[in-house]
Ligand binder design. Structure first.
Ligand code: SF4
Length: 373
């Protein structure tokens, strides 16, 4: 499969972009402070074919654990900075790539401009020989973007504007070792955003992914709908299939990635003509170290089983694993659940309906869904 010829960027022992094969990625879902289990997941994912493994880091304890994990794995490691961009300084010595989300840069130290923050992150990356990813997510956009793309407005326009703005800015700093991702839970949005970005900045490697794809097999099918057409067009240099599965099953993300690459190469592109999704759309995050209660994956499965009878009703139900992305990303669903340590928050759109225990939440959800039947 011939990908469009972007810049090449070094990430640890591999290269993303140029004429290199598409790199598969996955992410650990163990607590990062559980050094043994996280290093073991890194090994399992690398053995399965992951070129890069992402680990979640939110605290100084996580950063300290990462130092030990680094000693125990040969995986090319990546971390994502959520609200706490200052952690870059503490994790950079132990990883090969750092992802930041432009939409999250405004949360900490709002008096400092995003440009100053990016400048600082770039300096850290230079100093520690790391690559960067500008990771734009349609569920957590930079609210200062207006979405003035000539072809797209609304969420898609804002996501494009954010990605282009940050790419131009990092270029202006004389740093080229970065890739870009524009993700959404909607396959059509992922296709349009990445096609448009690739047409404007064909030189920058793209990391592809559909966020909150959900549980297999639907999560794999939705990811195929989003990623196979792009890859067949030569767009995309690295990808992750985000599936809601337990940590023990994380290598299924790599297997799904291989399937997608094979299909794109053979021209077996999944289209909506080949697969009609249920009209009830359940989106759920893949889980990661930030999950505060291990019951999250089981809860997502329970929600799917309990709502099967509504499969023909056009409705989006979001199930999210934590408070980092849960509150924002459930705003766009008709009904949203996001998990805390001891309870689950139930929302209708942006409105919080209540907080319920893990034992009672499914019944509360079903009662809420009655109005849609
Ligand atoms: S919502 Fe939270 S638990 Fe789920 S993948 Fe995102 S950060 Fe991890």
């Amino acid at each position: 499969m011939i990908q469009s010829k972007t810049r090449e960027i070094q990430v640890g022992t591999i290269i993303i972009g140029g004429v290199q094969p598409v790199v598969l990625q996955s992410m650990t879902a163990t607590k990062t402070t559980n050094i043994v289990a996280t290093a073991e997941t890194c090994r399992r994912l690398t053995d399965a074919g992951a070129g890069i493994v992402r680990v979640a880091v939110d605290t100084q304890q996580d950063a300290a654990a990462l130092r030990e994990i680094r000693k125990r794995t040969t995986a090319n490691l990546s971390v994502d900075l959520q609200e706490n961009y200052r952690l870059a300084e503490f994790v950079a010595p132990y990883v090969d790539k750092i992802r930041y989300n432009p939409g999250h840069l405004h949360h900490a130290e709002p008096e400092i401009s995003w440009q100053k923050k990016v400048e600082w992150i770039v300096e850290i990356a230079r100093k520690h020989d790391c690559a960067l990813r500008i990771g734009v997510n349609c569920g957590s956009l930079d609210l200062s973007n207006t979405g003035n793309d000539s072809q797209f407005n609304g969420t898609l326009g804002k996501a494009l504007e954010s990605a282009l703005q940050h790419a131009d800015f990092i270029d202006s700093l004389g740093f080229q070792r970065f890739c870009v991702s524009i993700k959404s839970s909607d396959p059509a949005t992922v296709i349009s955003a990445n096609r448009r970005f690739a047409s404007l900045r064909y030189d920058i490697p793209l990391h592809l992914g559909l966020t909150e794809a959900g549980m297999p097999p639907e999560g794999v099918m939705k990811s195929r709908l989003a990623l196979e057409p792009l890859l067949a067009e030569g767009i995309g240099n690295t990808l992750r299939v985000s599936l809601t599965v337990s940590n023990e099953r994380k290598q299924e993300e790599i297997e799904a990635g291989k399937l997608i690459l094979r299909n794109a190469q053979q021209g077996k592109i999944l289209t909506t003509a080949d697969w009609t999704p249920d009209r009830l759309n359940i989106i759920s995050c893949p889980s990661c170290a930030r999950v505060e209660n291990d019951r999250f994956v089981a809860l997502a499965q329970q929600v799917r089983e309990a709502t099967r009878f509504m499969k023909d009703i056009p409705l989006t139900v979001a199930v999210m694993g934590c408070r980092v992305n849960g509150p924002g990303e459930t705003d766009h669903a008709d009904i949203g659940l996001w998990c805390g340590a001891k309870s689950v928050n139930l929302k209708r759109g942006t409105c919080l309906l209540g907080t319920f225990s893990y034992d009672e939440i499914v019944q509360k959800l079903l009662r809420e869904l009655e109005q849609f039947q």
